[in-house]
Ligand binder design. Structure first.
Ligand code: FES
Length: 166
């Protein structure tokens, strides 16, 4: 098992408690999928150590679990960034320059859509209309909407988020 910090250890404890429910249950696929959903709920993605724990508890090879996990697009296999940035690429935002905003974010965060910045701080995602078209172009960060953006203002916003982690 990899080195886990205290937050991860707490999460692992929650998972172990949950897995007790499956110890004597039949090893059917639907149970595995239910468990994977729980792992993602707890960790935010399918943490490798957590999957090893699942494999050991329900006596299923890890390779099989990875096979199931990669089959379903719903499951996240990479640890998300601390902040989730959704860039709106809906029509209103696109007309108002969302392509420039996303290009700037890719440059600032050194990652592509669907990726995580190398410092682990940001996940970059795209969305189709965040319901704030009058503020186009729009970006949502951890559920907070930022509107009327320019490449300069989005750079400033990212700078502010980064400064919280110094
Ligand atoms: S199109 Fe971007 S918020 Fe509606």
């Amino acid at each position: 098992m990899e080195n886990l910090d205290s937050v991860d250890l707490e999460k692992m404890k929650i998972l172990k408690d949950y897995l007790k429910n499956f110890k004597d249950k039949p090893r059917v696929e639907s149970n595995l999928i239910t468990i994977l959903h729980k792992v993602q709920d707890i960790f935010g993605y399918l943490d490798r150590s957590a999957l090893e724990e699942v494999a050991e508890t329900i006596q299923v090879p890890t390779s099989h679990i990875w096979g199931v996990a990669t089959f379903y697009h719903y499951f996240k296999l990479k640890k998300p960034g601390k902040h989730i940035i959704s860039v709106c690429l809906g029509t209103a935002c696109y007309i108002k320059g969302a392509d420039e905003i996303i290009a700037k974010l890719k440059e600032e965060l050194k990652t592509d859509v669907g990726g995580v910045s190398p410092d682990g701080l940001f996940s970059l995602e795209e969305a189709r209309c965040l319901g704030a078209c009058s503020l186009a172009p729009v970006v949502m960060i951890d559920g907070k909407v930022y509107g009327n953006l320019t490449p300069q203002s989005v750079t400033q916003i990212i700078k502010e988020y980064k400064s919280k982690h110094k």
